[in-house]
Design a protein. Structure first.
Length: 315
C-alpha cells in the first residue's frame, strides 16, 4: 500500500506542476507575438508531455525496460484520445458547430501514419536501422518537424487581456523553467515507483506502463482539456491533445537515439501490441469526430474511440 501512496503523491505533484507550466505558457501567449497555434499545439503539448519524455527515457536507459517505455507512450496516447472523445460527447451541441483547424486535422493524420509505421515495424516490414537508429525513428522525426512547421505558420490571434498579467516576461520564463525542472525530477521518480509496483505485484511492464505511467502522465492534459472545453476553446483543446500525441511519438525517437544496447520498439508484451492496434483504430475514429458536422456521426465516432480504450483494458 505504501507504494501506491507514493505513486498518488508523486502523480499529484506532477499534475500540479504541469498545470502551472501550462499557465505560464498561456501567459507567454498573451505577452508575445508568437503564434497561438504554435504555443498551444506545440509548446503547450510539449510541456504537458514532459512526464512522458522523462519517464520513458529513464525507463529505457536506467531500467533497461523498453516495453515500459513504449507502453507508456502508446497508453498515454490512447488515454488522451478517450478523454477528448468523452469531452466531445459531453459538449457535442456546441462542439459540432466548430470548424476544427486544418493544422489539427493534419497532425491527427500524421499520428495515424506513425501508427501504421509502428505496425509495419512490428511485422518486420519496416525494421531497418541506419547507424543504430531505426528507420521508424526517422519517419516520426520527419512527421513531427512537418507538423511543427505547419502549426508555426498558422495565424495567431491578438491578445485583448494582456493587462491582466502582472508578471514580466522574464518572471514568467524563469517560473516556467523552474516548474519544468520539477516535472523532470518527479517524472523520473514516478518511473522507479511504477517499476517497483510492477515487480512487487507481478504486473506486466506493458500494462504497468499503460495504466500507471500512461494515465498519470496524461492527467495534466486531462485537466487542461476539460477546462478548455468549459470555456468552449475547442480548437486549443483539440490541439493540446493531438499535439501531445505527436510529441509523445517524438519521445520514442529520443529514446531510440539514446539507447544503443537495445531497440525501444519492443512488441514482445502482448499488452503493447494491443495498445498499438487500439491506438490506431482510435486515431482513425477521431478523424470524423473532428471533421464531421453531423451530430450523430460525431457521437458514434467518439463512442468508438472510448470503446477502443475500454477494449484494451478488458482484453
Amino acid at each position: 500500500m505504501l507504494l501506491f501512496l507514493e505513486y498518488i503523491v508523486v502523480a499529484s505533484l506532477v499534475v500540479y506542476c504541469s498545470i502551472k507550466a501550462s499557465q505560464y505558457i498561456d501567459m507567454l501567449d498573451k505577452m508575445t507575438s508568437l503564434s497561438g497555434a504554435f504555443l498551444g499545439g506545440v509548446m503547450l503539448s510539449a510541456v504537458t508531455s514532459l512526464p512522458e519524455l522523462f519517464t520513458s527515457v529513464s525507463a529505457t536507459l536506467m531500467l533497461h525496460k523498453p516495453s515500459l517505455c513504449i507502453g507508456n507512450i502508446l497508453g498515454s496516447n490512447l488515454f488522451n484520445l478517450a478523454v477528448l472523445a468523452l469531452c466531445t460527447i459531453a459538449s457535442v451541441r456546441h462542439f459540432r458547430k466548430v470548424q476544427i483547424t486544418r493544422g489539427n486535422i493534419l497532425v491527427t493524420l500524421f499520428v495515424l501514419v506513425i501508427y501504421v509505421a509502428l505496425l509495419l515495424n512490428m511485422f518486420n516490414f519496416l525494421n531497418l536501422e541506419v547507424a543504430t537508429v531505426n528507420i521508424v525513428t526517422l519517419v516520426i522525426l520527419a512527421l513531427y518537424v512537418g507538423g511543427v512547421r505547419y502549426l508555426a505558420n498558422e495565424d495567431g490571434e491578438e491578445c485583448e487581456e494582456c493587462t491582466e498579467i502582472k508578471l514580466t516576461k522574464r518572471q514568467v520564463a524563469v517560473r516556467f523553467v523552474l516548474t519544468s525542472i520539477a516535472i523532470i525530477a518527479l517524472s523520473i521518480a514516478m518511473t522507479y515507483i511504477t517499476d517497483d509496483i510492477a515487480s512487487t505485484y507481478n504486473i506486466g511492464m506493458g500494462l504497468a506502463g499503460a495504466i500507471f505511467l500512461g494515465v498519470a502522465t496524461s492527467l495534466p492534459k486531462v485537466s487542461s482539456t476539460i477546462a478548455l472545453f468549459r470555456l468552449r476553446n475547442y480548437n486549443i483543446a483539440v490541439g493540446n491533445i493531438v499535439g501531445s500525441n505527436l510529441f509523445n511519438f517524438l519521445v520514442l525517437c529520443i529514446a531510440d537515439v539514446m539507447c544503443l544496447s537495445q531497440s525501444v520498439y519492443d512488441f514482445s508484451d502482448v499488452k503493447v501490441v494491443g495498445l498499438l492496434e487500439f491506438g490506431m483504430y482510435a486515431t482513425l475514429a477521431m478523424l470524423p469526430v473532428l471533421r464531421s458536422r453531423n451530430t450523430k456521426a460525431k457521437i458514434a465516432a467518439a463512442i468508438c474511440v472510448v470503446v477502443c480504450y475500454i477494449a484494451f483494458l478488458v482484453r
